[in-house]
Write a protein that binds this ligand. Structure first.
Ligand code: IP8
Length: 257
């Protein structure tokens, strides 16, 4: 079983509020359909849908004021909208996508996802469907609510379901020696050891309440520890996600123990 992350920077125009990247989503849906690499779970990020609202209402830090409740709903609703757009496009491309709302099936504890009942997800997969989940505004046992990143969700799904491979599709080729958007000298690393310290991923260039590339790396490390092959690829370059899903050699960064 494989898990594919479609980063928020891939499925939305990150600097345009609530603007989906239809062209990218359509091409990726075709690639996913053509790869036919089932069983598969897809998880997408928030991009310009979830993150600006989560930030505006301080959702990631938990509830300090009742007035945030409305913003919590708005943040979730923005993710529902983005998810609907993505699932519709996947279905049009012939991928048997099925939407799962994380906030309806789990809660975090101090921002961490410790318990996840994967029974239902498993049943949908066994029927041949492709569950599509997303980073979401969720209830939290310690701070009333929190933001669960798609990356943390992936690590948990990968470990609980015993995924063979996890592919993180983002807007960069993989992990670089430095942030390639800020430093032209940055070099792509073909493989990165999660125990080593060979990458300086720098800071994210957009609003990201869940920790940007640094957060992604630490969640990806959890999936590596659980035994999955983890690959980071540029989902903007046509063919890379398809090749990665097929298990073919592709430009990107492999994470190792
Ligand atoms: O983009 C966060 O998911 P991510 C989702 O995977 C929200 O970190 C609601 C901001």
């Amino acid at each position: 079983m494989r898990i594919l992350k479609l980063g928020g920077s891939v499925v939305t125009h990150k600097d345009e509020y609530m603007s989906e990247h239809t062209e990218n989503i359509k091409r990726l849906a075709e690639e996913i359909a053509e790869a036919g690499a089932y069983p598969l779970i897809i998880v997408h990020g928030g991009g310009s849908f979830g993150h600006p609202l989560a930030k505006k209402h301080g959702i990631a830090g938990g509830m300090v004021d009742k007035s945030q409740v409305f913003g919590f709903s708005e943040t979730h609703q923005a993710m529902v909208k983005l998810n609907e757009i993505i699932v519709d496009i996947l279905l049009n491309a012939g991928v048997p996508a099925f939407s799962f709302s994380p906030s309806s099936m789990l809660r975090t504890d101090g921002k961490r996802l410790n318990d996840l009942d994967t029974g239902l997800i498993k049943e949908y997969i066994e029927l041949g469907m492709v569950p599509v989940l997303y980073g979401d505004a969720v209830l939290d046992s310690q701070q009333t609510f929190a933001i669960l990143s798609g990356d943390q969700l992936i690590a948990k799904l990968s470990n609980d379901l015993g995924a063979d491979g996890v592919i993180f599709g983002s807007d960069v080729d993989g992990i670089f020696t430095d942030n390639p958007k800020l430093n032209p000298e940055a070099r792509l690393l073909e493989s990165v050891s999660i125990s080593g310290n060979d990458a300086n991923v720098g800071d994210t260039t957009h609003t990201d309440v869940t920790g940007g590339m640094r957060g992604k790396l630490s969640e990806a490390a959890e999936a590596v520890k659980g035994g999955a092959d983890v690959l980071m690829v540029n989902a903007f370059v046509p063919g890379r996600v398809k090749a990665a899903l097929r298990g073919e050699k592709v430009i990107g960064t492999v994470l190792t123990l």
